[in-house]
Write a protein that binds this ligand. Structure first.
Ligand SMILES: [Zn+2]
Length: 327
């Protein structure tokens, strides 16, 4: 399969084999942590299944079907994703109904059609129950790949209709190689690979879309809180600023705060999340019971982020709780 996929070599060999033997299950769950390449692997499988001249479970890359896949316009390849909104992203029943209308007809070019449902755990109950009907009555003409970072978040009835393929996190060395291949300078790639927690997606966010800076701003905020340099006005102005972010980005910010707190709690841990920040973390000196309180605030805000509550209110109440805990 494609040279851009890193890690999970044994799984990929298995998948190629079942594609070559034409035994790909009609409904399969690709399960594993976010950002380890599940979606890319699912697309690669789809390309191989739809290819007109596949070779040992791999797409040829040159046939008409492969060209359409590469152009993102293969009529027998469908992707369903959560719809972004101001509240938590969700896959709605209308999306699954639209999918069912399309899958009810014969595939256009190939013998089969491949459907990827990415973020499948974000189907609401109505959507999941609707999909269940399709999974219960396989026609053989459509194959479903449900991609999820939280398999337990899927309805049990949906899980039981699917074969599950688990994917592992990547090693730091695999992530470093992937980053260097993308032109990231070696020592920066090394640092990022250590804090990416086995996720190439996370590593790329750290590298490309300001994640590295986001972590810095999380640590900077904790340092200022500990030094009692955060005023009420600061909290309101930060609230206004973060209100322009996506909920996902703020969730990531809170995630960095949580990992920094965890590292402060276990400064001598064998595998700190932020190994490169040790000298700064050692200076924080937060008592254990305060760390619990701060950590608890983060857990609660991550839960509330999945509700419909306004982002700005969530940000401000979180920051106030952190400030109070550190008085
Ligand atoms: Zn082909």
């Amino acid at each position: 399969m494609g040279g851009q996929i890193f890690g999970n070599a044994a799984r990929i060999v298995q998948l190629k084999k079942i594609i070559a033997e034409d035994k790909f299950p009609h409904a399969v769950i690709f399960s594993g942590a976010a950002g380890i390449g599940k979606r890319l692997i699912a697309q690669t499988c789809a390309a191989a299944i739809l290819c007109e001249n596949p070779n040992s479970g791999e797409a040829c890359g040159v046939c008409e079907s492969c060209k359409l896949m590469a152009a993102g316009s293969h009529p027998d390849f469908l992707v369903v994703e959560p719809e972004e909104s101001k509240s938590a992203p969700v896959i709605k029943i209308a999306q699954i109904r639209a999918l069912q209308t399309e899958t009810a007809i014969q595939p256009m070019r190939s013998e089969r059609r491949v459907v990827i449902i990415d973020g499948a755990e974000l189907m609401n109950n109505a959507a999941a129950n609707c999909l269940l009907k399709t999974l219960e009555e396989p026609t053989g003409q459509s194959l479903f790949i449900l991609v999820t970072a939280n398999r337990a978040g899927l309805l049990m009835t949906v899980r039981s209709r699917c074969v599950t393929v688990n994917f592992e996190k990547l090693s730091a060395a695999e992530i470093k190689t992937a980053l260097v291949n993308r032109g990231v300078e070696s020592s920066r790639a090394e640092t990022i690979s250590l804090i990416a927690e086995g996720s190439l997606g996370r590593a790329l966010r750290l590298e490309n879309s300001g994640g590295y800076e986001l972590r810095e701003s999380a640590l900077d905020f904790i340092e200022k809180l500990c030094a009692k340099k955060v005023t009420v006005e600061d909290i309101f102005s930060r609230g206004a600023e973060i209100d322009k972010w996506s909920r996902e980005k703020f969730g990531e910010f809170v995630g960095y705060v949580q990992k920094i707190l965890r590292d402060v709690y276990m400064l001598d841990a064998a595998e700190p999340f932020n190994a490169d920040l040790k000298a700064r973390l050692e200076k924080l000196k937060i008592p254990a019971e305060t760390l619990y309180e701060l950590f608890d605030a983060g857990t609660e805000i991550q839960r509330r982020l999945r509700s419909n509550a306004a982002l700005r209110l969530l940000v401000e109440s979180y920051f106030f709780r952190l400030k109070l805990a550190l008085i």
